[in-house]
Ligand binder design. Structure first.
Ligand code: HEM
Length: 305
């Protein structure tokens, strides 16, 4: 299956493409199928209060739901072969409101547009007529896939969800009380990441590893916000901003109890925002929302929900 034109690549086609590539696993998310969820608490430190009116970025602590995941669409997987991991966080706000940050442990996204990403998946499908050498040649020659080789090279085995830095990748705008907008990118940085007593070789998977860690101590992440400067790319999450950009720590997330429901019914749509935050026009960000809804529609119907 190869689709030439951007307009043919809809969120439904995106989910079909993933199923075609990885197989169908009824009832599971079409990506990041395997994961573990926790209740959590986010304590903002007020450092962003001048930049945004958003409730969860003031000074009052808010409950949160966190789901760590492996990026594969296959619920049974060899974790070591899949070093891209996810961390999805829902901040639960007064009045049944919520907002999500749905991040991965990669510093940039693979492509600039969702259409290129789906074409890349199609190229990797067993139905693709291209040989391995021809695929490598396409990567080498196509500017739209120029990020891929470096990204693949940068991937390292993951020994704990609690030791990874996760990036939202897309730009969001913080909106202050004067309605001025500040373009930023969010990331979670682990607190006290390296646990020297932790013998990961004896844990069979990252889920047991994080549960074991929680029995012995705390697992926390700092929410860190990077501010753009004029000229920085705001709608292309395949491009990093210079590391000199201002970073502000916005608060600490503490992981609490494991959730028995595994957050199965939750859709961590990254465009779910609240007053004080706006989405950028990054086409990947905007495409994710209907793609996640399509995946959720399928998995919820299969679960009889
Ligand atoms: C065009 C690009 C993308 C497509 C088509 C896509 C597709 C999907 C789909 C279909 C799901 C399952 C949703 C559900 O059933 O609830 C999912 C989950 C997820 N994606 Fe993406 N995704 C894209 C980009 C990204 C990016 C850029 C990130 C990280 C910044 C990301 C991180 C995640 C995470 C962490 C989950 C699991 C969320 C959870 O725990 O429920 N994805 N993605």
């Amino acid at each position: 299956m190869t689709i030439e034109s951007d307009k043919d690549i809809t969120p439904v086609v995106a989910v079909d493409t993933i199923e075609n590539l990885a197989g169908e696993f009824p009832g599971f998310r079409r990506a990041h199928a395997k994961g573990i969820a926790f209740d959590a608490t986010f304590v903002p430190n007020g450092e962003l209060a001048d930049y945004t009116t958003a409730d969860h970025l003031q000074t009052k602590s808010v409950p949160a739901i966190v789901r760590f995941s492996h990026s594969s669409p296959r619920p049974e997987l060899n974790e070591a072969l899949m070093p891209i991991k996810g961390m999805a966080v829902r901040f639960e706000l007064p009045g049944d409101k919520y907002t999500n940050l749905t991040m991965a442990n990669i510093p940039v996204f693979i492509t600039k547009t969702p259409e290129d990403f789906i074409r890349l998946l199609q190229m990797m499908s067993k139905e693709s007529p291209l040989t391995v050498m021809e695929r490598l040649e396409v990567f080498r020659k196509s500017p739209e896939f120029s990020t891929v080789p470096d990204l693949l090279k940068s991937l390292k085995p993951v020994s704990s969800f609690a030791e990874e830095t996760f990036h939202a990748l897309h730009t969001y705008y913080l909106v202050d009380s004067h309605c001025d907008k500040h373009p930023v990118r969010f990331r979670w940085i682990p607190v006290d990441a390296i646990d020297e007593q932790n013998d990961t070789s004896s844990k069979k998977d990252l889920e047991s590893e994080i549960l074991h860690r929680l029995q012995r101590g705390t697992v926390q992440f700092r929410l860190v916000v990077q501010f753009a400067e004029p000229g920085d790319e705001l709608n292309d999450s395949s491009v990093k901003w210079p590391k000199e950009r201002k970073l502000v720590e916005a608060g600490i997330l503490t992981i609490n109890e494991m959730r028995q429901d595994s957050a199965e019914n939750i859709i961590f749509d990254p465009t779910a925002i609240v007053d004080g935050v706006e989405c950028s026009d990054d086409p990947v960000l905007l495409f994710r929302s209907p793609a996640y809804l399509e995946s959720a529609k399928r998995r919820q119907a299969e679960r009889g929900l």
